[in-house]
Design a protein around this ligand. Structure first.
Ligand code: MSP
Length: 513
């Protein structure tokens, strides 16, 4: 039987600049979901990429004295190298300047034109280059862009329009019938109230600059960058290129996006698909923003946290863990190094690191590392075992809601319980008193619990999970699956643990500054 497919995407990132930590966030969320789904047996397609057309990228290229294509070719590198550094397991990286994408965009534009859903008109109104968005006068704030507060430009040019208004009733019905389509709920309500004021036809071509995909039947026009960019999701699924692949992966299961681009994803994109007669994605998941001093982290505002530096300092798994554990999905979070250090010293060093380190050290001391069999269980052993085994259900439930934070909270509950178990079972006293059988049972119970915890950590902290697996002296980490978290007794007999440096050294904090 063929495995069930799962298709997840990130926003495609503008190449006008290098990434900051806020960009890393959506990509990490998508990566964790992709890894989790693979782990649970799905055939996953995970797509990310770069958004390379438009006035903003053209402007950035011109400022550097490069052609937009040269500029884009250079600027892809910092994105790809950050994803490698963050251990992002994407299956495909799409660039909107690729031939495969250009062809699909042009075909769609032409099909909608032929259908009468794209028509020629005159656009007169405001445009923010930074947001690559048209705004009606009523939406401006103090005459500036409502999103980024920059000055807007007045445009007056011939333009093709997309008959968005024609499909608003159909989209409303879809959103109402599929409460999961836009998540979290409060974002769905935002979309619904935005739609109440009526969806206007949108301008989908420009004539006053060059950097874009030409309208196939009217070369004076280039296609609006958002119309082009949104199509990346379906290009990536094989649409109009590979029928079998497209049938397998489309509709996408989740589009992970930031809250600032929700209207494009929850209104414009589904309407484009409705017009094409293509099935809508199952879910649009909007995340909140990372802020610094209360302001959205944003390269162009100079409010940045360099992700490369952070990874060098703290390690990629720590950053992945921090971003996912610190805030609930959809909410904003303030990024501070203090908060990162608190998580490292608390959850990672004190709780998880210590559990593994203490257990391995005791194993070396009492059994020269050799993993023992367990004897009769006491209630405290059974309790820890049940807690560890019940994690699978709890994690499944949380991940089903894409509540990665809750999954981590549940995993750490077991870590806490295991640390408490060490204190209660007091292996050192058992060793001292020569209660070898009891000591064997306690150590085996701890090791099995750590095995289960390590497996559950795989999607969020793949490197750490592999390290723990190594310290447990086990092999075949790559071939494990979520099912393995449901068994007790999975440690191979005759194996021995290996001593290693602490997983997460504590970070000294300078007090009383
Ligand atoms: N190119 C468009 C997306 C097209 S998708 C078809 C775009 N690119 S972007 O590079 O400006 O932003 C990409 C994503 O990063 C957006 O979802 C945005 O919300 C997210 N973030 C940018 N700054 C962020 C934070 N400070 N915090 C969290 N996410 C942030 O928009």
């Amino acid at each position: 039987m063929s495995r069930k497919a799962f298709y997840i995407t990130t926003p495609i990132y503008y190449v006008n600049d290098v990434p900051h930590i806020g960009h890393g966030y959506s990509t990490i969320i998508a990566d964790v979901m992709a890894r989790y789904k693979r782990f649970t047996g799905y055939d996953v397609l995970f797509l990310t990429g770069t958004d390379e057309h438009g006035q903003k990228v053209e402007k950035a290229a011109l400022e550097k004295g490069l052609s937009p294509q040269e500029h884009s070719d250079r600027m892809v590198e910092p994105w790809q190298s950050l994803w490698a550094k963050l251990n992002i397991s994407y299956d495909d990286f799409i660039r909107t300047t690729q031939e495969r994408h250009i062809k699909v965009v042009q075909s769609i534009f032409e099909a909608l034109y032929d259908k009468g859903d794209i028509y020629k008109g005159l656009y007169e109104g405001w445009y923010c280059v930074h947001e690559e968005t048209f705004y009606p006068e009523s939406q401006l704030v103090g005459g500036c862009c409502p999103e980024c507060s920059r000055e807007v430009e007045w445009l007056k040019e011939e333009s093709y329009y997309f008959r968005t208004s024609k499909y608003q009733e159909a989209l409303l019905a879809h959103i109402n019938e599929n409460p999961d389509f836009v998540q979290p709920d409060f974002r769905r309500n935002e979309v619904l109230s935005f739609m109440e004021s009526g969806v206007q036809d949108i301008s989908v071509s420009r004539t006053t600059f060059q950097w874009g995909i030409p309208v196939p039947f009217d070369s004076k026009h280039i296609i609006y960058v958002w119309f082009d960019a949104l199509i990346n999701y379906i290009t990536g699924s094989g649409y109009l290129q590979d029928e079998e692949k497209y049938r397998k992966y489309w509709p996408a299961d989740i589009h992970v996006i930031g809250k600032d681009i929700i209207r494009f994803h929850a209104v414009i994109w589904p309407i484009m698909l409705l017009a094409l007669g293509v099935e809508l994605p199952k879910k649009v998941l909007a995340t909140g923003f990372w802020t610094l001093g209360g302001e959205k982290i944003s390269k162009s505002k100079g409010i940045v946290v360099d992700p490369n530096q952070l990874i060098d300092e703290f390690g990629e798994d720590t950053i992945r863990y921090f971003l996912l554990r610190e805030i609930g999905l959809g909410l904003d979070g303030e990024f501070t190094k203090d908060a990162v250090v608190r998580r490292i010293n608390g959850d990672l060093a004190n709780d998880l690191g210590n559990l593994v380190h203490r257990t391995v050290a005791m194993m070396m001391k009492y059994f020269e590392g050799a993993i023992p069999e367990a004897g009769e269980f006491n209630p405290i052993d059974a309790d820890l075992k049940n807690e560890a085994l019940s994690l699978a259900g709890a994690v499944e439930e949380a991940m089903g809601r894409i509540d990665i934070r809750e999954a981590l909270v549940r995993i750490w509950k077991v870590v806490g319980k295991a640390n408490k178990y060490i204190d209660e079972a007091a292996p050192w006293a058992l060793a001292r008193e020569g209660q070898t059988e009891r000591l064997e049972t306690v150590m085996r119970t701890l090791l099995e619990t750590i095995r289960i915890v390590a497996l559950h950590l795989t999607p969020v902290m793949p490197k750490t999970a592999a390290h723990i697996w190594d310290q447990l002296g086990q092999e075949g980490f790559e071939t494990l699956s979520f099912e393995d978290t449901k068994n007790w007794g999975g440690l191979a007999s005759g194996t021995s643990v290996k001593k290693a440096p602490p997983l997460f050294p504590r970070i000294e904090i300078e007090e009383d500054k």
